[in-house]
Design a protein around this ligand. Structure first.
Ligand code: 3SL
Ligand code: MG
Length: 240
């Protein structure tokens, strides 16, 4: 089994992901938000690339059955119901609803990986469960970091390192690609204080500047959910 990491959504060729298991990582904040929405009993999550596409998709749902969520420049999109703060996706708000979501990096990474044989959503919130689920499938595993605007993002990379560590515990003979090897060591060096490592991330600092420290604290919790959202080709949705 090969385990490797792509540092940005744009860096992963969809043809390479075809037939593989892909774990999508956008710690701050899209994959943390999607995981939280489904943990809180959302019916499903529909990722789209543009605001226009989100509105078009919304028009196909009955009123009261969906919510529009996501961000541009980390802020709520005018006319949408929710922004990209996982703390907004509480059970009382999302239970039973389909979430149509568009974000700057996370939903781009998800779309990039649609040719994968299995597409799973990972974050610190569900890292152990996500690693176990990916490993059980038994194919090569690619960890696709969303990155920030086509650049390496330390928050996603730290989570990828943790996932590689968990995967290698499950499959000690796994072959690690160069970045998987490197990020596993990064994780091991900082595992006792990941928030300190991630505080150097430019996106972390941007969220702090917007007063979103509570979102960061929420997203950096480890293994609080034992669920793994996955793309369901038949339903065209992310579900549990
Ligand atoms: O990267 C993304 O897609 C977003 O999650 C970024 S933000 O934290 O909402 O700005
Ligand atoms: Mg991000």
């Amino acid at each position: 089994m090969l385990i490797d990491v792509f540092p940005t959504a744009a860096g992963a060729e969809p043809e390479l992901l075809a037939g593989k298991t892909v774990l999508i990582i956008d710690v701050l904040r899209a994959t943390s938000t999607i995981t939280t929405a489904l943990a809180n009993e959302a019916a499903g999550v529909l990722p789209v690339l543009t605001i226009a596409e989100a509105k078009e998709a919304a028009a196909t749902f009955a009123p009261g059955t969906f919510l529009l969520g996501g961000e541009r420049k980390a802020l709520k999109i005018p006319g949408f119901d929710l922004d990209n703060s996982p703390r907004q996706y509480s059970k009382g708000i999302v239970a039973g609803k389909t979430i149509i979501i568009t974000t700057t990096n996370g939903t781009v990474a998800i779309k990039q990986a649609l040719p994968a044989a299995a597409l799973l959503i990972a974050s610190f919130l569900n890292a152990r469960a996500a690693a176990r689920e990916a490993w059980k499938i038994g194919t090569d595993i690619y960890l696709l970091c969303a990155g920030t605007r086509n650049r390496f993002s330390l928050d996603d990379a730290a989570c990828a390192g943790m996932l590689v560590y968990y995967l290698q515990e499950l499959e000690p003979e796994a072959r690690l690609g160069d970045l998987a090897f490197t990020l596993r060591h990064l994780y091991l060096a900082y595992q006792k204080d990941l928030p300190h490592l991630i505080s150097h991330a430019s996106h972390y600092q941007r969220l702090v500047a917007l007063g979103l420290e509570a979102d960061i604290a929420y997203c950096l919790q480890q293994n609080i959910y034992d669920i793994v959202p996955r793309w369901d080709k038949r339903q065209n949705l992310i579900v549990l």
